[in-house]
Structures are given as C-alpha cells and as structure tokens.
Ligand binder design. Structure first.
Ligand SMILES: Cc1cc2nc3c(=O)[nH]c(=O)nc-3n(C[C@H](O)[C@H](O)[C@H](O)COP(=O)(O)OP(=O)(O)OC[C@H]3O[C@@H](n4cnc5c(N)ncnc54)[C@H](O)[C@@H]3O)c2cc1C
Length: 387
C-alpha cells in the first residue's frame, strides 16, 4: 500500500470499528461504518481494563460510560469458597487510571458508535457484503452494498477494514492462514439479580470444579458466565437455559453465590477459542479488533486490544505505506502473544487450582498491560483473604 488513502469502509460498528471510524473522521478521512443491530440480547465483554480509559477519554465519552456503568476498582479471584485473592488497580503511579468500569455492552457500544457519528463518520445501518475481487488477495464491496450506500464510495473505497468481530469476514473470504489455540470451551452467560459478591465493584473470577466463571457487577444486576468444556454441560439438559441453570445449581461455589439469586435475562452462548491470523492486512484491506485476533476472555483484554488496535491502525492509515501496515501487524502480533502467555498461565492455574500459578499469571498480566501502556503497572499488590 503506497497510495494516499481518502475513503475507508469499515465493516462492523462494534467498539473497534467505531473507534477507528471516529479517529478517521476526526482527521478528515471520508469514513463510513456498516453496522447492523442484529446482535444477541446480551453482548459479552462487560468488564473493562484501566487501559481502556485513555481511549474513552480520547473519544470524549468517559462521563457518559460512567453514567450507566459500575465503578471497578479491581479484580477478585476465588480459588474456592475460602481462598480469595483480591487485587486493586491502585498505585499505578499516575501512568494508568487506578480504576475501570463494568459496563452493559449494548449501551457501551452505542456510546462509541455515537462518538464516531459525532466525529463525522457516516453510519450505514445495514449489513455490508464483501466479495473476492479479480486481483489475487483482494476484496471488494458487492455492487448491491455500494448501491445501498448511495454512491458514498463511488466505485469502491480506498481501504476496506474488517471490524466484523469473530465473524472474521476477510479471513474467511480469502482463506488467510491463522494459528489456533488449544482450548474450545463454551461460555454461557446471563444476568441475575441478588448474586453474592466478595468485593464491591470488582470483577470476580471463580475457579470451578469444571472450568471457571465470571461475576461482573452491573447496575441492578450481576452478569454471571460459566466457561466450560461443552461435554460437561450435556448432563444438565439439551437447551442452554437448562444447562446454565442446572450447572449454577449444582456447582458448589456458584450455588453458594447465587442462593438468593434470580435469573432475569435469557442465557446467551458464545464459543470460546483462540485465533490469531498470520496476516492482518493486504492490498486495499486490513483487519482490526477481534477479526485481527482473539485470545481468551479470562483477563478482560478484548476491548482494550480492539481499541488499541484501532488506534494503531489509524496511525498506519495516516502513514499510507506498506511499512506502516507491517508495523501495525507486527505490533498486534507482539501484543496478542503477550496476552496469550497470560492466558496459558491462567489455563494451567484453572486446571490445577494453584495459587502460586495465579500469582505468576498475575505477574505476566501486569507485564502485558504494562508494556502495552508505556510501562505502567495496573496491579501493585495482591492480598489473600478468607471469606
Ligand atoms: C466469553 C467471552 C467473554 C468476554 N469478556 C470480555 C470482557 O469481560 N472484557 C473485554 O474487554 N472483552 C471481553 N470479551 C471480548 C470482547 O467481547 C471482544 O473483544 C470485543 O467485543 C471486540 O470488539 P470488536 O469491535 O472487535 O467486535 P464486536 O464487538 O464483535 O463487533 C463486531 C460488529 O460487527 C458487526 N458486523 C459483522 N459483520 C457485519 C457486516 N457484514 N456488516 C455490518 N456489520 C457487521 C457485528 O454485528 C458486530 O456489531 C469476551 C469475549 C468472550 C467470547
């Protein structure tokens, strides 16, 4: 890529696509985001890292996010009902905020998309269709999509960005190579009222006899998700509601945390896997967010990686050289690899339930976050307490 880019089509209006659209529009690019509201009733990814806050500030939406979210001062890992490790985000030496938020994703995503619109990005509320183009390794918007966009792109945009999340539209279309991780769990999650929490505002990660779960406090409710090998769920019934309710009832710690709880939403299922594409850009196209790599949700890194990736891709687009795109891709690979290391450590600790492993995993998490954020350290101290 060496031609100056003027028009950019972004496929997907999730946080990564919307962040990129906002940055491009603000800097005078002609950017449009294709966005469809066809999403599950609950969207997974409700726990933010402190590292996301600078991006919310950049978009000017932190106060809005704060108004519908829960203040999050740290994280709690429950090895079992008696062994609890609490980590605070304090003492970040001013280089990182010492807090984050737990946020309803529908509202969060809407705020980021509104920020893109306010910055001047055009939002098309329909699904974009991509096709292979004539030249090898290239893609184009379908004629129908271009027509529906009312001539916005003329014969086509200078750059197409795949921000379609785990649909990975360009990867699938061009059959680009990727590395897959070993885990293939499923995540079932729902919102419940009156779930017990150990620490106010913290995300809670619970080691279970099979797999792990999250408890994320949201206004008036708690998001409870179990991440588990699907084989273990079959004994609880066929449907995801039966499986979720049955598992929460039978698993000792979840039973204790939810003894007064009521499920107040449908259950939603996500497949949990790791995929890192070998290539994140090509002639006239690039990928950002989950479509440019997904490692694992255990340490809430997804939105941070997506928003940071959008910010880095924006720089590469401004650079308008192949070198800029290569730098973008290399940077993403380095970062994804670091987080993958954190995930691998944590998988071992989940499998073995060993607190020493958790401490080691925490150190790597700290190092991954720190290097990503110019040397700051979000967690200074871990304390062990009994409930
Ligand atoms: C079980 C689980 C738990 C997680 N928990 C967390 C967490 O606590 N914290 C965290 O930070 N992350 C978490 N994540 C990850 C997080 O959800 C993602 O990293 C994040 O949503 C990625 O944002 P994105 O914008 O790249 O993609 P998405 O949020 O998936 O957005 C992509 C958008 O593109 C749209 N789209 C797709 N195709 C088209 C098309 N053809 N035309 C128009 N629009 C299209 C989709 O409808 C969607 O709106 C979790 C993930 C999983 C699986």
């Amino acid at each position: 890529m060496s031609k100056q880019i003027e028009t950019v089509a972004i496929i997907g209006g999730g946080p990564s696509g919307a962040m990129l659209g906002a940055l491009l529009a603000k800097h005078g690019y002609k950017a449009a985001i294709f966005h469809t509201d066809k999403r599950p009733p609950l969207i997974v990814g409700e726990s933010l890292l402190p590292a996301v806050i600078p991006y919310l500030r950049k978009l000017g939406i932190e106060d809005e996010i704060k108004s519908f979210s829960i203040y999050k001062p740290g994280a709690t890992v429950c090895l079992n009902l008696n062994e609890v490790i609490s980590a605070s985000f304090a003492f970040a030496d001013g280089r990182l905020p010492d807090y984050a938020y737990n946020t309803p994703r529908d509202l969060f995503d809407q705020s980021v998309l509104n920020a893109a619109r306010s910055a001047g990005a055009t939002i098309f509320n329909f699904s974009a269709k991509l096709e292979k183009a004539d030249a090898p390794d290239t893609v184009k918007l379908s004629r129908e999509t271009l027509d529906k966009a009312g001539g916005f792109f003329g014969n086509g945009p200078d750059l197409i960005v795949d921000a379609s999340g785990r649909l990975r539209l360009i990867s699938r279309l061009l059959d680009t190579p990727f590395k897959e991780g070993g885990r293939h769990d499923v995540a079932l999650f729902a919102h419940l009222s009156d779930v017990m929490m150990n620490d106010v505002g913290h995300i809670h990660l619970d080691l279970l006899t099979k797999g792990w779960s999250w408890r994320i406090p949201l206004p008036g409710r708690v998001s409870l998700g179990v991440v588990i090998n699907p084989e273990h769920l079959k004994q609880y019934g066929n449907g995801i509601e039966e499986q979720f309710d049955g598992y929460v009832r039978e698993e000792p710690s979840l039973r204790a945390y939810s003894k007064s709880a009521t499920r107040i939403s449908p259950v939603v299922k996500y497949n949990n896997y790791q995929i890192i594409p070998e290539r994140m850009h090509g002639p006239g196209w690039a990928m950002v967010g989950d479509s440019a790599g997904f490692v694992d949700p255990v340490f809430s890194s997804g939105l941070y990686l997506g928003m940071k990736g959008a910010s880095e891709l924006f720089k590469a687009i401004c650079d308008a050289t192949n070198r800029g795109m290569l730098r973008y891709e290399q940077g993403r690979h380095v970062e994804l690899k670091k987080w993958q290391g954190v995930m691998e450590d944590s998988s071992i600790c989940i499998a073995r339930g060993r607190s020493t492993r958790i401490i080691r995993s925490e150190r790597r998490w700290r190092s991954a976050s720190a290097s990503a954020l110019q040397g700051s350290s979000p967690v200074k101290r871990w304390t062990t307490a009994s409930t």
